[in-house]
Write a protein of this length. Structure first.
Length: 346
């Protein structure tokens, strides 16, 4: 119990470029780092050493890092790498099985408007971010993806197939599979109606995020506000004749579905965009969902986009949330928020 308390006390000690910001009404969460004005963070991942990596969308094509987030009281998000050939970076995931090196995969491309989600079709590419044994980071393009690639969004590694990744394209309405060694990309490796945008949808964004858990590929569709699962084999291929089934529809609780992760109990923690701006817990067995932190009137997490659990000595019971910003207010900016997972009341 003391170690959990100590971990929480250290994890929430972050500051915002010089001074701590408390979350009104939510003492279990703190702003860890505030980025410059007009920034938008799209995806977040935590390295083996506990450092945070976050990708930026539209306003810059940078990968930001926050080092040792549970130890410092003056946390700042610094630019680790830039990718000048595109103007936006999206999903990022760690690749398994890399001995000595740490390797991440991410996607990027060109947006012409964030308010209308207008992109340049065919401009999207896949990249590797590699840390050598001395901690030096390098970025290398591995694929131009496909001519129809319109909005590659979430990405996920395949635990038993380290040479491939899955990529959700929100405008194509399908999940593609990329061979990292050859650069070959099948943009419709998974193509189901549940991944597309139904007619009359308010939000014209199809499948956006996915994770492999056990023998299932879980994926979320913002246009239907639902999470589904479909059976896959150990190499991440669709099991013959498998069809998606509904896990949960979160629209009654918190519309604005974005990325998600699994907690230690195998349930889902989900980030939601505006107008909800909250984190939602989904019981994968019952489909019941509930908001656990944030909300439409809470300024803590404007347009929360992605989550990742800490991996350091003192923050495994903390999850970090990346955010966008209030698009209508140019004075706002992205941030990274640290949340104590004890509020899940397990």
């Amino acid at each position: 119990m003391f170690l959990k308390l100590l971990a929480f006390m250290i994890a929430i000690g972050g500051s915002v470029l010089g001074g701590p910001i408390n979350a009104p009404g939510f003492p279990s969460a703190r702003v860890l780092a505030q980025l410059p004005k007009e920034t938008w963070l799209e995806s977040i991942v935590v390295r083996r050493n506990g450092d945070i990596l976050a990708t930026s969308l539209f306003y810059s094509s940078n990968i930001f890092t926050v080092t040792r987030p549970s130890f410092h009281t003056d946390n700042k998000a610094k630019v680790l790498a830039s990718v000048p050939e595109v103007n936006s970076l999206l999903g990022i995931t760690e690749l398994p099985g890399s001995y000595g090196e740490e390797v991440f995969f991410f996607v990027g491309g060109n947006f012409t408007s964030l308010t209308t989600f207008t992109t340049t079709v065919g401009s999207f590419k896949g990249f590797k971010l590699t840390f050598d044994r001395h901690g030096k980071a390098t970025v290398k393009k591995v694929s131009d993806l496909a001519p129809i690639s319109s909005f590659p969004n979430g990405v996920t590694a395949i635990p038993q197939a380290p040479g491939s990744v899955l990529i959700a394209d929100s405008f194509v309405g399908a999940i593609g599979r990329l061979d990292l060694s050859t650069g070959h990309y099948d943009p419709k490796a998974f193509a189901f109606q549940e991944m597309t945008v139904p007619g009359g949808a308010v939000l014209p964004i199809g499948v956006s995020a996915m994770r492999i858990k056990g023998s299932y590929l879980y994926f979320g569709n913002p246009s239907t506000q639902s999470i589904y699962k479909v059976k896959v084999d150990s190499k991440g291929y669709l099991v013959k004749r498998a069809q998606p089934s509904l896990v949960a529809n979160i629209s009654p609780v918190a519309p604005g579905l974005d990325d998600f992760i699994f907690d230690s109990h195998g349930n889902i923690l989900l980030a939601t965009n505006s107008p909800e701006n909250a984190i939602v817990h989904v019981d994968v067995k019952t489909g019941k969902s509930k908001r656990i932190i944030g909300g439409p009137t809470d300024p803590l997490m404007p347009d929360s986009t992605c989550l990742a659990f800490g991996r350091g000595t003192f923050d495994t019971n903390t999850f970090y949330v990346s955010t966008g910003r209030n698009i209508s207010d140019p004075t706002t900016s992205a941030r990274i928020v640290a949340v104590d997972a004890s509020l899940l009341n397990y």
